[in-house]
Design a protein around this ligand. Structure first.
Ligand code: ARG
Length: 594
């Protein structure tokens, strides 16, 4: 079912085209009114078109309104001309009621799959073996998973791929460290943590001692040459780290369609470099091979250039290094091989990379290299980057001792804190249910705190705030869901079977809540288009808020008539389903009581 905004869009486009012909602006013409007192939706099409047509915008708007009046049975009442040439629309209550009625019992809540199916690869999480999965990987994992759920719900073809950092020069040190002081029991217990600490100690020793550096290089060489012992060690490290990561993914409910780590591309690296050289995209420079600017972008937008006051042009090269002078390949080379593989394997229209904002330069250079290579013509490359999680001191979030916060410890603490709240509020529930509830609330709160932020911003991590039952938090939304269910329990009606009520919208609060419910499809489309789940969070928060206002203004079980009672119950049910579906698209669960 189209949303009201989509229906309006089609009607406005038809009317505008009748008046403006070919000069009708492309792109969407209708958006929600920023101020509800002006209307529900508005268009500024007359203002946009007036200038090139050298017409008076209000006059043009008047003509479009005249044309709109020919629309048979429109969703809106009389459109209003406002200000310099806006046209404002207010939905007719009868239309809203019919739309709500039609959505009852639809598991997709009226949201149609997108008109155009996109094929995309989603690259997220991607922890590094021999480095603990830390709080930074939390954002990538949570954000990436929510995007994957959103895209899949909208009917797009998604391949989620975990590009695990399972290769690199650090493995020389890791293997050396393991041989010196590895501990089987520790490795089994906490592979990421143990390998990281082994790695750190060798790294520190290597800084003082050339022979340690030498020994690490020798181990790396052996590994790269296929030495059986080192290869077997490396395989075990990967295997155990993956198991540990999978434990976390399982707990978070995160799924990947594939997990090709960096090492998967090792064999392809020499060819990639050769191809780029042969294509004239890369060239030798001081023994290394790198990609340079081809001058086709304005220098200030070219990631292969960097501003340099002293240079005559004001810029100097900022090359993308793909082979070092010692023959070693880099993160960049692997990403190019990965790109090539994904294009062949999945033929995607888009590839979305979800990483920390500190990798912006890397991806800008990667995308520019892909453009020079010619492969980016077929595919849209997106870096959906995110900011940093900050501690209460507004510095990157660390433990009290100043070390990075391990992901697992964070999940445990979230569940423990939620457990304390559950124990206090619901001592009556059986033990198993309380444990389950604590996990749903704790992990939900953690995820939501992350997703509710515009991803490009840093945010301050605050346990009290994210677990609060008031404010824009997961527990607030989960609780709103519970309230929509409690009413059915009280009425002894099965909400699942309650799908055919007639809808009467008597009070303002009912109408406003209903309009909010009808906007779900627009919000999902926007969040997917911009890779920003926080739009969905804001929507759910506003919906829950509107529900509480409705609940206060409109008695449900003691409504003035039986018809109104059933209609209000239908609104409760649809609100509950919308909250539950919306939260599930964020990877957050709900409970029937809390
Ligand atoms: N392993 C990398 C890191 O932790 C992230 C990889 C992101 N994906 C990619 N294709 N480069 O920083």
């Amino acid at each position: 079912m189209p949303t009201p905004q989509q229906e309006l869009e089609a009607i406005v486009r038809r009317a505008a085209t009748a008046v403006l012909g070919e000069t009708t602006p492309a792109g969407s013409l209708v958006r929600p009114c920023p101020r509800p007192e002006h209307g529900d939706y508005q268009t500024n099409v007359a203002m946009v078109a007036a200038k090139p047509a050298r017409r008076n915008p209000r006059e043009l708007a008047g003509e479009i309104i005249a044309e709109l009046s020919r629309a048979g049975d429109p969703p809106f009442a009389e459109p209003e001309l406002a200000g310099p040439g806006f046209i404002n629309f207010r939905l007719r209550p009868a239309y809203v009621a019919a739309q709500i009625a039609a959505r009852q019992g639809d598991p997709r809540l009226g949201v149609e799959p997108a008109a155009e199916t996109r094929t995309l690869v989603l690259d997220f999480s991607a922890p590094n073996v021999a480095k603990e999965m830390h709080v930074g990987h939390l954002r990538s994992t949570i954000l990436g998973d929510s995007l994957q759920r959103l895209f899949k719900f909208l009917g797009h073809r998604v391949t989620s791929d975990n590009h695990i950092g399972d290769w690199g020069t650090q493995f020389g040190m890791v293997i050396l460290g393991w041989k010196r002081e590895g501990d089987e029991a520790e490795l089994a217990r906490d592979p990421f943590g143990h390998l990281e600490s082994v790695y750190r100690r060798v790294q520190a020793a290597a800084e003082e001692d050339e022979t340690v550096r030498e020994a690490a290089r020798a181990e790396l060489k052996k590994l790269q040459a296929g030495d059986a012992e080192n290869l077997a060690l490396w395989r075990r490290f990967i295997e155990l780290s993956l198991q540990a990561a999978n434990g976390i993914y399982g707990r978070l409910g995160v799924h990947f369609d594939t997990a090709h780590g960096e090492s998967f591309y090792n064999d392809a690296l020499p060819d990639v470099v050769e191809e780029l050289v042969a294509a004239g995209v890369a060239r030798e420079s001081e023994g290394a091979i790198a990609v340079f600017s081809d001058g086709s972008l304005p220098p200030k937008d070219d990631p292969l250039l960097v501003a340099e006051k002293k240079a005559e042009s004001g810029f100097r090269p900022n090359p993308f290094l793909i082979r070092k002078s010692d023959g070693a390949f880099l993160y960049a080379t692997t990403d190019l091989a990965t790109l090539q593989f994904r294009l062949r394997e999945y033929a995607p229209g888009e590839i979305i990379y979800v990483t920390d904002g500190r990798q912006q330069m890397h991806f800008a250079q990667l995308f520019e290299t892909a453009r020079q290579w010619g492969v980016a013509r077929e595919v849209h490359l997106v870096h959906a980057w995110f900011g940093t999680i900050l501690g209460p001191d507004k510095k990157p979030f660390k433990t009290r001792e100043g070390t990075t916060i391990k992901l697992k410890a964070l999940l445990d603490e979230a569940a423990e804190r939620a457990r304390a709240i559950v124990d206090e509020k619901r001592p009556d529930l059986p033990e198993a249910e309380r444990a389950q509830l604590a996990e749903t609330i704790g992990l939900g709160a953690l995820k939501y705190a992350d997703l509710a932020q515009n991803r490009n911003l840093d945010y301050v991590f605050d346990w009290e705030k994210l677990l609060a039952l008031k404010g824009n938090t997961a527990p607030y939304l989960q609780n709103a869901y519970v309230r929509t269910r409690a009413i059915f329990r009280k009425a002894e009606i099965d909400p699942e079977a309650f799908t055919t009520a007639e809808i009467e919208l008597a009070e303002d609060a009912e109408l406003t809540l209903s309009k909010k419910l009808l906007a779900l499809g627009d919000v999902l489309a926007l969040a997917a288009a911009e890779c920003r789940p926080h739009y969905l969070c804001n929507y759910l928060f506003e919906l829950a808020d509107q529900y509480h206002k409705f609940y206060e203004a409109c008695p449900v079980l003691s409504a003035p008539s039986e018809g109104l009672k059933l209609s209000r119950l239908a609104l409760c049910r649809l609100t509950g389903e919308t909250l539950r579906t919306g939260l599930s698209l964020l990877g957050i669960g709900t409970a029937e009581q809390m």
